[in-house]
Design a protein around this ligand. Structure first.
Ligand code: HEM
Length: 333
């Protein structure tokens, strides 16, 4: 008798166990993700309880993946692009983690930084020659904050990893004066050699150019004179190609780029230029993206990367108020 009473109970438990595995949350809009959350001590504090925070997704499928999958993929690539929103400290911590994970996987890539301009190469070399060179005051030596890249402490985790593993630090940004000359004078500011180096003779898909145009106009909050847009577009393309030029020579050891998400985007950013400089090289781009309230489906985000990692937001300040504040800061300099 007992046997008969236990059997249905066991059957129920089995069914429950099966359901927990098979009848759990399905993928799709609004469905909760299934992997355990990446544990982080967030430095930013807006929307930390958003359901996407701390989750990685493969952008092609929007399948949730683990940090290990992303790290393995980075470790297998020649060129890795780690995108950020410049003012989000958690983005830099995550870039540092992925760089560290690549080193654990026996890689020792060059670290190419958008924030260091190519005419600062000597400044970097002289600093690195010092016995006391360290991640602690690298930022000050590079005038990091004065040049508008925010508090050094935000970026320091990336340099902690870089210095500890003795990775080469490579200037990636084209000089500001160069970008400014192209923005103001357009084609006439670029000689034949630079046209080639910056791939300005290559035709970009008009839809992609138009998306860059829109981004530039929006980023400057209506303050961009229409006469300057063409020059700005060329300057941005030159910036992307300049970063690709800085990465390309490191094909044998590999290179990791630290740059804004606009530059690391796979459709028209540095990868577009890099694909023309090193057509057979394997590239992986990871975008760090801030969550938006009420947007719990990863597909609802504008992702142009191989992988995306969602983080809390650093600020809720209106971007156009931030723009005005930044303009005032620049004028005070
Ligand atoms: C707080 C946000 C921003 C502020 C205050 C700002 C301000 C400015 C200013 C004042 C210039 C003119 C510099 C000159 O005359 O030489 C400029 C140029 C430029 N900006 Fe922005 N900008 C901002 C964000 C962005 C973003 C997000 C992008 C990319 C989509 C961008 C791309 C460019 C480019 C390509 C140029 C021309 C090259 C250069 O002078 O650097 N800017 N920006």
């Amino acid at each position: 008798m007992r046997m008969y009473r236990i059997a249905p109970l066991a059957g129920c438990l089995l069914l429950l166990a099966f359901c927990a595995a098979a009848c759990g949350p399905k993928e799709g809009p609004g469905a909760p993700a299934r992997l355990p959350l990446a544990k982080r001590a967030w430095k930013t504090d807006i929307a930390t309880d958003h359901p996407l925070v701390g989750r990685f997704y493969e952008a092609a499928t929007f399948r949730e993946v683990t940090e290990d999958v992303v790290a393995d993929s980075c470790a297998q690539a020649t060129y890795v692009l780690l995108g950020e929103k410049h003012d989000n400290a958690d983005h830099h911590t995550e870039q540092a983690r992925l760089l560290g994970a690549m080193i654990t996987r026996k890689r020792s890539p060059a670290v190419v930084l958008e924030m260091i301009e190519t005419d600062m190469g000597d400044q970097v070399a002289q600093y690195m020659d010092r016995q006391t060179a360290s991640s602690a005051d690298f930022g000050e030596a590079m005038n990091w904050e004065k040049r508008g890249w925010g508090p050094w402490e935000r970026y320091k985790p990336i340099m902690d990893v870089t210095f500890a593993a003795k990775l080469p630090i490579v200037a990636g940004g084209i000089p500001q004066v160069r970008a400014s000359a192209i923005a103001h004078h357009g084609e006439s500011a670029v000689d034949a050699e630079d046209r080639k180096a910056f791939l300005l003779d290559e035709t970009m898909d008009p839809n992609l150019e138009s998306s860059l145009h829109t981004e530039l106009v929006q980023a400057h909050c209506g303050h961009l004179p229409s006469s300057m847009v063409r020059g700005m577009l060329l300057a941005e393309r030159a910036r992307d190609a300049g970063m690709a030029n800085a990465m390309a020579p490191f094909e044998s050891r590999g290179a990791v780029l630290i740059a804004g998400n606009g530059h690391t985007r796979t459709d028209r950013g540095v990868p577009w230029a890099l694909a023309r400089k090193a057509p057979n090289a394997r590239m992986v781009s990871v975008s760090m993206i801030e969550v938006a309230d009420g947007r719990t489906d990863p597909k609802a985000y504008d992702v142009h990367a191989d992988f995306v990692f969602f983080t809390p937001r650093a600020t809720d300040l209106d971007p156009c108020i931030a723009f005005k504040m930044e303009l005032q800061r620049r004028r005070r300099q």
